[in-house]
Design a protein around this ligand. Structure first.
Ligand code: CAA
Ligand code: FAD
Length: 379
């Protein structure tokens, strides 16, 4: 383990920080309030290479390592977690899934556009009655010879109305259980594919979360990723890396709130001194900084494991479990440090507190991360 950041790492971190400050910060409060998708900002992120960071340059990606990705995710998430979830889904679920398991035709047709941000992707596993219990897929992909007939509903899909390409997990052979599930690439606009209304959410309100309805959608066989029945393993394997992205998002939300709390505590005066001079505030900052440092090390450990081709299922789950709790705890305390000002939108910390919550829910709830970790420990 060597967490000495290289010049390339520092350059990526700086570029992400600069982009977040100049392009994401202006308007972030309004986008949250009006649930406005950061369309222009996402376009620029694509142009700067933030949407396909780890993809091989021959498919239009940045060819970077996972550590660079963690660093960039942290910086973007400090300012706008609605933008960083788009980045996380596109990089670590959609691009990674197609690059790792797709065939050459699929890579040429889809990955080259996804990696440059020309189009964005969505990953569709969850259903109204299958969230944590992901093997209980009700969406069906009936084998009709040269195509699959797709029927069912997916819930809570990030990039639901803005994506052009959707990786949809569906059951082909019920008798085979999770070994009868497939992963299909569905294109926006295919006949019988409908997008439900945007969810009105507590946090990450700029991201567009929708349910998707499929009625007799004909998906060509060549759009299946991997062998017949590989879909559930595809989803699990892809999510193992996705959790490093969400862990880094949680880390960024926490460190963004911490930086605001430090700044405010040096400005605000109470009882004749800056509140930073009160030990109660100092101790809050000390706890925040210690937890954030530990979360950062877990994120980097998981990224290092992935980059060095070690097993990263457990370290990614640990990073997500811990960093998402740190995000929640830190943002609550950051609001407290701000007093009443923390409760209004102009000071940003209330938004970060609302955004933090989702990191304990999506890409596997904290309880699911504990299942993943304990199974690894006990096997
Ligand atoms: N890689 C490859 N295969 C894996 C795997 C991995 N990391 N983890 C499990 N599998 C395989 C198993 O080997 C098993 O296959 P075999 O029987 O052939 O060996 C198969 O998957 C089923 O595994 P389990 O028996 O462990 O399945 P389970 O029903 O006990 O469930 C679970 C395991 C961990 C709880 C899983 O269902 C899970 O992760 N649930 C959470 C779902 C989730 O994270 N959803 C996120 C949706 S995407 C999202 O949220 C995006 C976003 O917000 C931005
Ligand atoms: P449930 O599975 O019903 O869980 C309810 C509670 O029970 C949770 O606390 C859970 O931890 C607990 N629980 C369940 N089973 C167990 C168990 N065995 N042991 C202990 N506790 C348990 N999904 C996608 O596929 N793609 C996306 O892009 C996507 N984006 C999302 C964006 C947002 C804003 C949201 C809210 C969700 C998104 N999701 C997405 C769905 C998300 O992954 C699920 O909400 C999550 O996996 C939990 O599933 P559920 O909501 O059905 O909760």
């Amino acid at each position: 383990m060597n967490f000495q950041l290289t010049e390339e790492h520092l350059a990526v971190q700086e570029a992400a920080r600069e982009f977040a400050q100049t392009e994401l910060l202006p308007g972030v409060i309004e986008r949250d309030e009006h649930q406005k998708f950061p369309a222009e900002q996402i376009k620029k992120m694509g142009e700067l290479g933030f949407l396909g960071m780890m993809v091989d340059p021959k498919y239009g990606g940045g060819g970077m390592d996972t550590i660079s990705y963690v660093l960039a995710m942290e910086e973007i998430s400090k300012i706008d977690a609605s933008a960083s979830v788009v980045m996380s889904v596109n990089n670590s679920l959609v691009c990674w899934g197609i690059e790792k398991y797709g065939n050459e035709e699929q890579k040429q047709k889809y990955l080259t556009k996804l990696a440059t941000g020309e189009i964005i992707g969505a990953f569709c596993l969850s259903e109204p009655e299958a969230g944590s219990d992901a093997t209980s897929q009700r969406t069906t992909a009936e084998d009709k010879g040269d195509y699959y007939l797709l029927n069912g509903t997916k819930n809570w899909i990030t990039n639901g109305s803005t994506a052009s390409v959707y990786i949809v997990i569906a059951q082909t052979d019920v008798a085979k259980g999770h070994r009868g599930i497939n992963a299909l690439i569905v294109e926006r606009g295919m006949e019988g594919f409908e997008i439900g209304p945007k969810e009105n959410k507590l946090g990450i309100r700029g991201s567009d979360t929708h349910s998707l309805m499929f009625t007799d959608v004909k998906v060509p066989k060549e759009n299946r990723i991997g062998e017949d029945g590989f879909g559930f393993k595809f989803a699990m394997s892809t999510l193992a890396g996705g959790r490093i992205g969400i862990a880094s998002q949680a880390l960024g939300i926490a460190s963004g709130a911490y930086e605001l709390a430090v700044k405010y505590s040096k400005e605000r005066k109470a009882f004749g001194v800056e509140i930073a001079k009160h030990q109660a505030i100092q101790f809050k900052l000390a706890d925040m900084a210690t937890n954030i440092e530990a979360a950062r090390l877990l994120c980097l450990q998981a990224a290092y494991d992935k980059d060095s081709h070690a097993d990263y299922g457990k370290s990614g789950a640990m990073a997500k479990l811990f960093a998402s709790k740190v995000a929640m705890d830190t943002t609550i305390e950051a609001v407290q440090v701000h007093g009443g000002y923390g409760f209004v939108k102009e000071y940003h910390v209330e938004r970060l507190m609302r955004d933090a919550k989702i990191t304990q829910i999506y890409e596997g709830t904290s309880e699911i991360q504990k299942i993943v970790i304990s199974r690894e420990l006990l096997k």
